[in-house]
Design a protein around this ligand. Sequence first.
Ligand SMILES: *Cc1c(COP(=O)(O)O)cnc(C)c1O
Length: 393
Amino acid sequence: MKKLCREVWVEVDLDAIKKNLRAIRHHIPNKSKIMAVVKANAYGHGSVEVARHALEHGASELAVASVEEGIVLRKAGITAPILVLGFTPLRCVKESAAWKITLSAFQVDWIKEATEILEKEAETDRLAIHINVDTGMGRLGVRTKEKLLEIVKALTASKFLRWEGIFTHFSTADEPDTTLTRLQHDKFISFLRFLKDQGIELPTVHMNNTAAAIAFPEFSADMIRLGIGMYGLYPSAYIKQLNLVKLAPALSLKARIAYVKTMRTEPRTISYGATYIADPEEVIATLPVGYADGYSRELSNRGFVLHRGKRVPVAGRVTMDMIMVSLGESEGKQGEEVVIYGRQKGAEISVDEVAEMLDTINYEVVSTISRRVPRIFIRDGEILKVSAPVLYV
Ligand SMILES: *Cc1c(COP(=O)(O)O)cnc(C)c1O
């Protein structure tokens, strides 16, 4: 770690990810596979390492948001099935087939045109497709039985595509009112029954995200798509208080103090806008983390970090690359470790707490930690790997 020249980093506890996978595994039916959702750089945790680790500990497939995210995993040597959850324009179909990346589809014309595109390619294998059914998410997906049947027919007729899965996505599975989730589930099941009644054999069926896998394990079907829970975070406070699955957060954000001073001389103003005025005996530490690292500017004069196991407040505005924190009248040393998200000596600043302060959800807090922050992967208590995007000297 002494190798980092800018001393802020994410620690990813791979053992926690393993435990979370195991906890979910025990909660859902044996026959349901786990697809590890590693979109957005594995919710900020580092997609290649998390994907590899998840595949070693109970996941058999991966999901990403785009073909590009899938290619990153393929280039790292990962051979497991990778499903793109988002929309893929036709011009990326060739590339997807070449990299053996599975696509989601929900439009007949798209299926037909994708077939025509691949027809022109001599040597590629069939491109695997999962049909996305919109039962109430209102984002992507086919919305009627008739259209679904048309898609299935076009897909099964195609010599260049392979129908591998069918799925839907819940919009309120993390909420106490289960009405819409049940309605979405029932609608999806009725669509599947309609296909079966036409003599159509179904491929892999999946619908559950983390929230549904916890609250409705009986809806786990052939596979669940596990995102936030794998990272040890609950989809909502409601899902957490159900107390059905015990999860441990895998991510911490840490830094080392860049500079410490006592504010003896005037002016005792701190940061842009001079919104904070320190006392003469106040000790101010500067940390190398700012909003360009994903530490929100909304935490100006509001956030806290842990120093020597104690909460200390952010003093003044968050700047692009640095923040100042007040150590009160306690001492602090240049190079000392502080915890921005995570635990230190029994104290904790949870991602959930920061999310609440920012009026958002834990998903956003972790997934917006930017690429320039190095990720350090810890396995069996030891550093397995450091992934630093820019430079690691
Ligand atoms: C992101 C996503 C998931 C994972 O959701 P979590 O709440 O993180 O488990 C599953 N399915 C789809 C379609 C998604 O977009």
